[in-house]
Design a protein. Structure first.
Ligand SMILES: C[S@@+](CC[C@H](N)C(=O)[O-])C[C@H]1O[C@@H](n2cnc3c(N)ncnc32)[C@H](O)[C@@H]1O
Length: 307
């Protein structure tokens, strides 16, 4: 049934959805799962850092599709346990959704640990147009660590977008020591060439986003009396290399008089790319990136690239 608060959404384009994403990733414990790879990469850069060889430049970490800033917050927390001085570290988080960037900024202000980082910039922008942003133009060949976490690279659905994106990564990455960590959801890899096949659940459920196929009710921590209702996936359409899911997330206020007030009624449609590994790595290579390492964890395959 429709409501006057109904709106089309891509899952990330409102303040309620930003909080809902934050709560969902905490439930899925993605935080615990991927923090250690990125932390160990940043620690490697911190250990090898010499101001002279770095020409006085900071160690720069660029988190593409940063969302709530989850990855950067974890990096600040984990690396500060082993390194007292993070003044020479710069974080840059980019996301195309202003609502996510607002949320990330609020997280930075909330968590004291982010004060340990020398400089943090949050940018609203497209992954495939990163280089046109002024801050990044000043970082060509100077980014030490680029991260595209949680399988978000599958949002690059346009035919030319993977190559365009990899080309920008190659331009930004520091030659030699710079590393690009790319994670791809296993259920979105149709064929593999250099990594091993993994056993996927037969019903095609994904485990990264909890309960996409079940009704979920999640209380808000930010808005008094507000609950998030997620309806199960209504339909999944596969068209060529693209997989589209439709579902609904509502923000509802419980009035206590038996009436629920719908505050926002999101008709969500997400379209994700399904990857052929050979094709993906060919695009990366064409852009000037080499795949140096792969590993597998939980429901994602990770690719570490350099130039
Ligand atoms: C699954 S969330 C991941 C958020 C965060 N990286 C994490 O791991 O928790 C995907 C994020 O990527 C952003 N995104 C999707 N496509 C993008 C694009 N083309 N350019 C920039 N951001 C994008 C979305 O807005 C969303 O915040």
């Amino acid at each position: 049934m429709g409501s006057s608060k109904e709106r089309k959404s891509n899952l990330y384009d409102s303040a309620y959805l930003a909080e809902y994403y934050d709560i969902s990733t905490r439930i899925a414990q993605e935080t615990v799962r991927d923090a250690r790879f990125y932390t160990s990469a940043l620690r490697g850069h911190l250990q090898a850092y010499s101001p002279l060889e770095h020409h006085g430049q900071p160690i720069v970490v660029l988190d593409v599709g940063t969302g709530t800033g989850r990855v950067l917050l974890n990096l600040a927390y984990e690396t500060s346990r082993t390194h007292d001085n993070l003044n020479h570290v710069q974080f840059i988080g980019i996301d195309r959704e202003p609502a996510m960037i607002h949320y990330a900024l609020a997280m930075q202000q909330k968590y004291q640990i982010m004060k340990r980082i020398g400089r943090i910039d949050w940018l609203v922008g497209e992954a495939v147009h990163m280089i046109s942003m002024e801050i990044l133009q000043n970082h060509i060949g100077r980014v030490d660590l680029i991260i595209f976490a949680a399988g978000s690279v599958s949002y690059l659905t346009g035919p030319d977008e993977p190559l365009k994106f990899f080309t920008q990564v190659a331009a930004l990455l520091r030659p030699g020591s710079g590393r690009f960590y790319l994670s791809v959801r296993d259920d979105l890899i149709s064929s593999r060439s250099i990594t091993d096949d993994v056993l996927l659940p037969r019903n095609g459920k994904t485990v990264a986003w909890p309960g996409l196929h079940e009704q979920q009710v999640t209380p808000s921590a930010l808005y008094a009396g507000v609950l998030y209702y997620q309806q199960p996936v209504e339909d999944t359409v596969i068209y060529g290399p693209l997989k589209t899911n439709r579902f609904r997330v509502q923000a509802i206020r419980r009035t206590g008089f038996g009436d629920d007030e719908i505050l926002e009624d999101n008709l969500i449609e997400t379209t994700l790319r399904v990857w052929n590994e050979t094709e993906m790595l060919n695009w990366a290579e064409e852009a000037g990136l080499k795949c140096l390492e792969t590993f597998h964890e939980f429901d994602q395959t990770y690719y570490v690239l350099g130039r």
